[in-house]
Design a protein around this ligand. Sequence first.
Ligand code: NDP
Ligand code: HSE
Length: 434
Amino acid sequence: MLVDRPVLKVGVLGAGTVGSQVVRLLLERAEDFAARSGARLHVTGVAVRDLEAPRDPAVPRELLTTDSTAVATGNDLVIELIGGIEPARTLILAAFRAGASVITGNKALIAAHGPELYAAAAQAQVDFYYEAAVAGAIPVVYALRESMAGDRVTSVLGVVNGTTNFILDEMSTKGLSFDAALATAQQLGYAEADPTADVEGLDAAAKCAIIASLAFHTRVGLDDVAVEGITDVTADDIREAHASGCEIKLLAIAQRRDDELAQGVSVRVHPALVPKDHPLASVRGAFNAVLVEAEAAGRLMFYGQGAGGAPTASAVLSDVVAAAAHRVNGGQAPRESSYAALPVLGLQDALTRYQVQLRVVDAPGALAAVAQVFASNQVSIDSVRQSSYVGGQDAVVTIVTHVAPVRALDAAVRDLEQEERVESVVSVRRVEGL
Ligand code: NDP
Ligand code: HSE
């Protein structure tokens, strides 16, 4: 027993999926945490809404309380795992004022109020940690906030929502409809009873805002992220993607633009075609992966479990150990780094590729006319495939562009709709990772 170590009081707000696993591990691994942090971590209380609600028996009943304010203000370290904006925000601010370091996994709160929380932590000279807020067990916050501090990140591309990845994977591998795959995700406990935040892309958008803030040293909030979820993805879309050698993934994309046309950061979440040989295409089930590109380091890939009680608790506890060690040995968590203050660009300035399917008149000059439309909009074509004939008169042509601003790609699509040798624009899809 490491009885000579100083004692730090730890309060936990929330004992649901993640909080119960954090409490279990704090109690089961007390000796390890004392050795690693230099302090014995004494859990003084666990705040919940309902004392009688069924929960993991590893959480001792005598620790449960409904007095969340007392837990927030009566400890050295406070772990917030309630979720949502209020009362989490008020409790965290109260904890800072009371001199506690705070550890949270609350991406929605950070994406909405990150600067306020950072400022309150700095004012109180305590730590603010949130590894679990992005991609569960994967240490991507640490990587961006600390490991990449010596580099210049140019882009981050990630599968950061396990529920939607599970749904898309079920649709891809079993040919299920969106509704059937969502029902399976709910039965298996991946998706919540109200799956809106996941399937509409809002959970991924909050994570994307946090990623972009860290990667580009710029404040990026939830409202800065252009979001489209997966509710409109159909089984036909998945079949078409397979025919093009691709999977459909819900991607969080944070890009830095520094070219003659635009300077700033662009942040978006949407489904996109990803070639099957790209590392993100093989992220299966509820797993997450994040691909970081930086000028000096080149490409870095992070992969692992992005959700679930124990995996997320692993990330929370890494922060707990760091914050505890600072209490014992001195030192502080990194402060907010927003010095670059880059402009946040609109979706029209994002760089991507389109795959455009057209039904064209099968006659001399038709393809030349189509190529001319792209050229006149400054969009370069990467590949052209004439995939089938319809009724002997028309051809279906699939064109994949090179990277171009959304503004130019959309203008090209509008012009194609007006081109007389184009019978119809059948589909327009975004392609990433080529
Ligand atoms: P749960 O809904 O499973 O648990 C929430 C807990 O908070 C419950 O114990 C609930 O009490 C308690 N609670 C809710 N409101 C209050 C309140 N007003 N006062 C006191 N206690 C309250 O959430 P999760 O564990 O899934 O998520 C917690 C946080 O972790 C969220 O921010 C989430 O985004 C984040 N996270 C979750 C992941 C996951 O896989 N679940 C992954 C990564 C991050 P009671 O039990 O009595 O209802
Ligand atoms: N609901 C999220 C997901 C986990 O499915 O990835 C919490 O961030």
